[in-house]
Design a protein around this ligand. Structure first.
Ligand code: ADP
Length: 305
C-alpha cells in the first residue's frame, strides 16, 4: 500500500567540536530524525515530508538542501523572512556530552502560524508524526492550533503518532508541560513514550501504568520504549507484547535511539509487518544506531531486513 508520512517539528543546525576550535556542522532534531529513518525503511512508493518553518538566509537554504538530500520532502516547509533555524552545539569533555542551544527565536516556533498550510499538509498524509518537543517550542496558542488540527486528523481516520519526548528545559511551567503532553496523547492514535521520562514526570510506577494512562487519554495503540529493557506494545487494547532490545557490543552514542526506533517501527508497520515484527526490526536498527556517533546513520552501516 502506498502512502504519505508527514513529520512535524524543528530540525536544528548542529555544531560539534571536531578538533580544537574547529566545528563540524550537521542537522538534527527528534521529528526530523524520525522522518529520516522512516524514509530509509519505507517502500519507494511512500513519500515522507517534513513540516516546519525556516528563514530565508543561507543557513536555511543549506538546511532545506540537506533535508532533500535525505529523500525527505520539503514542499510544505514555510520560509519566514528575518528568522533563522535553531542552533545547538555539542561539547565533548572527557567523553561526556553537554549541549548549548540557541533556539528561542528559531523560525520553527512559528510553524503553526499558517493554519491553512498546516491543514493542507496534514490532509495530504496518511500518517502524521509529532512530539512533545514540537509542542514545547510553540506558544500556548500555536500549540492549541496544532493540536486542533491533529484532533481533526484523528477524527478523519488518519494515523496520528505522538512521541512525548518530555524535555522540562523547554517548558517554563511543569503543570502546563504535563497538560500539553496529555493533550498530545488525546490527539494521537498511537503514543510512543520513553518509560524513563514518563516515570519522572508523571510518576508512573511501571510500564503498564504508562500504557494505561495513555490508553485512558484515548490513544488506541501504545509502544513504551524502555532503553535496554526493550519495548512493550499494546495495540487495540489487546494483550501486551514485550519485545526485547537487541544486543549492543559497545554503546558509543545514544543520541537518536528513540527516534531511529520510531522511524523504523513506523516504516515496518506501514509496510504491513505485525507490531511485534516491526518492533523487533526497530530494536535492531536502534541498537546499530547507538553503536555509532551521531543521530543520522547511513543505511550502509545499518542491518538489512
Ligand atoms: P529514548 O532515546 O527516546 O530515550 P530509549 O532509551 O528507550 O529511547 O531507547 C529506544 C530504543 O533503543 C529501545 O527501545 C531499544 O530498542 C534501543 N536501545 C536503547 N538503549 C539500548 C541499549 N543500551 N541496548 C540495546 N538497545 C537499546
Amino acid at each position: 500500500m502506498t502512502g504519505k508520512l508527514l513529520s512535524i517539528g524543528e530540525c536544528m543546525v548542529e555544531l560539534m567540536q571536531a578538533e580544537r576550535d574547529m566545528l563540524r556542522k550537521g542537522y538534527a532534531g527528534d521529528t526530523f530524525n524520525t522522518a529520516y529513518y522512516a524514509r530509509l525503511f519505507l517502500p519507494a512508493d511512500w513519500t515522507v515530508d517534513y513540516f516546519t518553518a525556516v528563514g530565508t538566509d543561507t543557513v536555511s537554504d543549506e538546511l532545506l538542501a540537506f533535508i532533500e538530500s535525505t529523500g525527505v520532502g520539503t514542499a510544505h516547509i514555510r520560509r519566514i523572512e528575518g528568522r533563522t533555524p535553531g542552533l545547538y552545539m555539542i561539547h565533548l569533555k572527557d567523553g561526556e556530552r553537554s549541549f548549548s542551544y540557541w533556539r528561542s527565536t528559531s523560525a520553527a516556533k512559528l510553524l503553526a502560524d499558517d493554519p491553512d498550510r498546516l491543514r493542507a499538509a496534514i490532509e495530504a498524509a496518511n500518517v502524521v508524526f509529532f512530539s512533545g518537543i514540537t509542542l514545547a517550542i510553540l506558544s500556548p496558542d500555536a500549540a492549541e492550533t496544532l493540536l486542533a488540527e491533529l484532533r481533526r486528523a484523528k477524527a478523519g481516520g488518519r494515523q496520528v503518532v505522538f512521541d512525548p519526548n518530555i524535555r522540562p528545559r523547554l517548558w517554563d511551567d511543569a503543570a502546563r508541560m504535563r497538560a500539553t503532553i496529555e493533550a498530545g496523547g488525546r490527539a494521537a492514535t498511537m503514543v510512543m513514550p520513553s518509560f524513563d521520562d514518563e516515570a519522572t514526570h508523571f510518576g508512573d510506577a511501571s510500564v503498564e501504568a504508562t500504557i494505561e494512562r495513555y490508553r485512558a487519554l484515548g490513544a488506541e495503540n501504545v509502544a513504551v520504549k524502555d532503553g535496554k529493557n526493550g519495548v512493550t506494545l499494546c495495540f487495540a487494547g489487546k494483550e501486551r507484547v514485550h519485545v526485547p532490545a537487541s544486543q549492543v557490543s559497545a554503546v558509543v552514542d545514544t543520541t537518536s535511539a528513540g527516534d531511529s526506533f520510531n522511524g523504523s517501527f513506523l516504516a515496518r508497520l506501514a509496510s504491513g509487518d505485525s507490531p511485534a515484527d516491526a518492533a523487533a526490526f526497530a530494536a535492531r536498527i536502534a541498537a546499530a544506531v547507538i553503536g555509532h556517533h551521531g543521530a543520522l546513520i547511513g543505511r550502509d552501516k545499518l542491518p538489512r531486513g
